[in-house]
Design a protein around this ligand. Structure first.
Ligand code: FE
Ligand code: FE
Ligand code: ZN
Length: 278
């Protein structure tokens, strides 16, 4: 199955997103669990979720990605920010228990000068206390660009977090193409080599989703500026290789490119054209 889609606004709920992604030619989608720049968490409609679960299964919608708001930071220097992030994330995971076929993706965090090791330890400690592995929904660490003091731009950091979580069977990674390229992994010149490194350090079985974004900046820039597919330094050919790669092709793919809905529909159509059947 080719699960391909884009980031959508949650504003009208799950059923609305499901219908919207079908109208764009997609078969999966991503949404923010709350205001991307806030911690406030609204209640979700149980009726909407029940209708969605049925509709998604009946209409070939694949794994959806719930994305945590950007402001969550489990390794902030301030205790109060760590706590509010912890509470918000736990609440997201509790709400997601009712949703079928969904994964939860979050940015590991920014250590804000405390150092990568402290960042890794704080993130792992929070995931342990939250019992993040106990939820039905897989919890995914997103690969980061390494902007500022972001943790998770190196595969070693992601592996270290996962290793420190006791109940980690249901934890995984979401690979963001712009972020890894920006982080210095050459998915254009050596996709196989990058995936081999990921397998050696983290384990390919941990990889549960892929964000498809081109990059406005060259390899290793650490800037995190997404570009439309084929218009950045990653380029169309690399995306064709990524969506067809044997280690990746069954994962849910999601666009986070700078587009309005018609632009997303065009990119989804392009990706369908580039997809080869096996
Ligand atoms: Fe993200
Ligand atoms: Fe992303
Ligand atoms: Zn990004």
């Amino acid at each position: 199955m080719f699960t391909i889609g884009c980031h959508l606004s949650f504003s009208k709920g799950f059923m609305a997103m499901a219908k919207e992604i079908l109208s764009l030619g997609g078969s999966g989608f991503q949404f923010f669990t709350g205001n991307p720049r806030g911690y406030a968490s609204k209640e979700w409609s149980a009726k909407d979720i029940a209708a969605y679960n049925e509709f998604a299964a009946a209409n070939g919608i694949g794994t959806a990605i719930a994305h945590a708001p950007y402001v969550y930071n489990l390794c902030a220097a301030r205790e109060d920010i760590r706590q509010i992030s912890f509470d918000a994330m736990k609440s997201d995971l509790q709400k997601l228990e009712a949703v079928d076929n969904v994964v939860y993706n979050f940015h590991p965090g920014s250590h804000v000068g405390q150092g990568s090791e402290t960042g890794v330890a704080l993130i792992a400690d929070a995931l342990n206390r939250m019992e993040a592995g106990r939820f039905k929904t897989p919890v995914l660490l997103e690969t980061m660009a390494g902007k500022g003091s972001e943790v998770g731009a190196r595969f070693e950091e992601l592996a270290a977090i996962l290793e420190k979580v006791e109940d980690n069977a249901n934890l995984g990674v979401c690979l963001d193409t712009c972020h890894v390229f920006d982080g210095g992994y050459d998915i254009v010149g050596d996709l196989d080599g990058v995936l081999e490194a990921f397998d050696r350090i983290v384990g390919l079985s941990r990889l549960k989703a892929v964000h498809l974004n081109d990059s406005k900046n060259p390899l290793g820039s650490h800037k995190d500026r997404h570009e439309k597919l084929g218009e950045g330094y990653i380029g169309a050919q690399a995306f064709a290789a990524i969506i067809n790669h044997p280690a990746l092709r069954e994962l849910p793919f999601c666009l986070e490119t700078p587009n309005e809905l018609p632009g997303y529909a065009e990119e989804i159509a392009l990706l369908r054209k580039w997809r080869t059947e096996v």
